[in-house]
Design a protein around this ligand. Structure first.
Ligand SMILES: [Zn+2]
Length: 241
């Protein structure tokens, strides 16, 4: 199959941030407590990140968020605002930043792939919600994921869950892309993974320069997806209706 011109919602591959050559960006002395493999793209976590319980974290964040709201001049005795600090704290710990805690990493069971051995599997348009780590406002995007089976497959919903897990952290899009790819490589026991993310950053669209139309594309290709044929087939499929 001949790759056709890449167009529409995915930026041309030459203009997309290709992250394969950025492996050395991390500080050499950086340490990670994540137990699923040290990568150059680990989220910078403190060594005591999980020394207190979720409940204790919620209490602390509630206290500090109340301080922020009070400092802004809001009247926390108002009925509508009274519950906000606790609501935000619970949302941070249990939902939008739950992907910081390795205990929430989805467990993916592998299945034998008897019928489609050596074929490419693509799952496109996986919606994700993340947060920009520089402004703590949402990043909303689509993930497109492909892999070539090493003889095993996982349930499709697990791919969505892996994307969501890493999205539920304060993130930069480049790191999110690589973290998804590395986890898929690990779980699927394959070198051949492609991940493309296409996202809108609310820190760009809703504030700052106020550009409501710009999108950011990132890609990470490993193994055979570095080759034109596989990369082309994957990107072709993403762009097909
Ligand atoms: Zn930002």
């Amino acid at each position: 199959m001949k790759p056709k011109e890449i167009s529409l919602n995915i930026p041309p591959i030459e203009n997309m941030m290709d992250l394969n050559n950025m492996e050395n960006r991390r500080e050499p002395d950086h340490e990670s407590d994540e137990d699923h493999g040290v990568t150059s793209f680990d989220t910078p976590l403190r060594s005591d990140a999980f020394s207190i319980s979720d409940e204790e974290k919620i209490k602390k964040i509630e206290y500090h968020f109340r301080e922020i709201m009070t400092t802004l001049g809001l009247d926390l005795t108002d009925d509508s605002l009274r519950g906000t600090p606790k609501r935000v704290a619970k949302m941070y710990v249990k939902e939008v930043f739950s992907g910081l805690n390795p205990k929430n990493l989805p467990v993916a069971r592998l299945f034998e792939n008897k019928f489609q051995y050596d074929q490419m599997l693509v799952e496109k348009d996986i919606t994700f919600y993340s947060h920009c780590e520089h402004h703590f406002v949402p990043i909303i995007g689509k993930a497109h994921v492909a892999y070539i089976s090493s003889g095993k497959v996982i349930g499709l919903s697990k791919i969505n869950r892996i994307v969501q897990y890493f999205a539920k952290r304060p993130q930069v899009q480049e790191r999110l892309t690589v973290q998804i790819a590395k986890e898929l490589q690990r779980v699927l026991k394959t070198e051949d993974v492609g991940v493309v993310l296409d996202a809108t950053h609310l820190c760009v669209s809703s504030r700052g320069v106020g550009d409501t139309n710009s999108k950011t594309g990132t890609a990470h290709f490993t193994g055979r997806f570095k080759e034109g044929h596989y990369k082309g087939e994957f990107l072709n499929y993403i762009n097909s209706k």
